[in-house]
Design a binder for this molecule. Sequence first.
Ligand SMILES: [Zn+2]
Length: 475
Amino acid sequence: MRSMAVFLAVLIVAPALASAEQNWPGEPVDNHIYMSWAALTQEVNQWSDDNPDIVQLSSIGQSFLGKELWMVVLSDWSMETKANGSAKEIVYIDGGHHGNEYLGTALAWLTAKWYINEWNAQNEEAIKVLQNTELHILIRLNPDGNDFDTRHNQNLTTTANPFASEPVPTGIDLNRNYDHYWDDCSPSDPFAPGTGPFSEPETKANSIYMNTVVQDADLYVTMHTGVWIMLYPWGKWPEQPPDWELFHGIREEVNAGISDIPIQNANQGLYPNCGTSRDYGYGVMGFPTFTFETDDDQFLPGTFEDVNERLGEELDVMRYLIDNIWYWRARLVVDSLSIDDGEVSFTIENQGRASTQNATLQYVDGDKVLWESDNFIANASSSVSVSSDGFDEEGGEWRLHYQKRAVNSSQWVNESVGRSPEVSTLLSESVETLLWILQAGAIPIFVVAFAFWWSREEKPFDLDDEVLLEAELVE
Ligand SMILES: [Zn+2]
């Protein structure tokens, strides 16, 4: 009955939508903010056709019932890298794990649409983001569930949980199907996790994309609907994650200037949950990850509100997270570097908002590490001074070797150090010696110079006087 009501409502309001280009197709409806997979397919193809300069559309796989899983990638494709030659930042966003969570899916759609519209309107913020960033947005992971108005996918071939919880096939909860402590929260989390990690084609496709295309991402946001809250890891454990400093810093900034939305550890803010894409994104991929839960007003009857207005504040938070992505990792810079008698001393500034541990300064020849400093920790937004001895190398280059964040799974990076060391061994000692010689030598040089001057001063004496003197002597 509800599906029929939605269908009728869409028919009734459809003519009014034709002119409202920014509107979510099929919206508003009486009790759902809803868009069919067919409408989404038309929409994203239109984006790609109309905006080849910034939109790349692809399918990363098919749903259980064979629907394409559309991936929209936005960037300024006239530039392969940033203007300074470095790689663009990578943002990963997905929506619609749960088929009946329309507002969360709408936020993924709206985020993509905002950058497309604003790029075309020559908005400076959108231009800057797309010149420096790739936004990978999978608007809907569970198109079958969306079209059937169900949370789970439509895999009804197996019991959802062969161990206990689901005696009758009800489809699989895709957000319990990831390979991070899969099905390890039961019985507190009685959702249908599937027969094993990545047993479902939707989650399998998503994990392949994470591991092969966006593995360098410094932000992953997965969008849902329920309680108005942003959840950071972990769902599995009540403890704060290793990168708590980064998550708490983002919470402070969002709550101070953008939105009052609560931002919490998922286990505490919601309930314990395992095998989620959020815990996988952080715990396995090392991404800074948020579950963005929009409110649940999608189910209130009689609401007629533009989705852009409804989700305006949520979009502001997304723009903040995307604008500042450069800071969501450790960013080490060598401030000073000197070598004195085999001891290397250096000062590191961490310009990023995440801490890093087990960092080292290395002296390398190609991939061969000739010398390595002691391990050091660089806390977020601070400096650290380190000294390590045993340096007796030449012919190599300096680089920093560290993880982008504190969590074990975070990516390791090697970054060359532009700064050359101030060497105070052979060369500077030679300079000191030379200075001493010059100073010591100044005394005899002064004496010689005075004598020379004195001898020159004699010359002006009148020759006649000399002669006279001799004459006097003669006398
Ligand atoms: Zn959900």
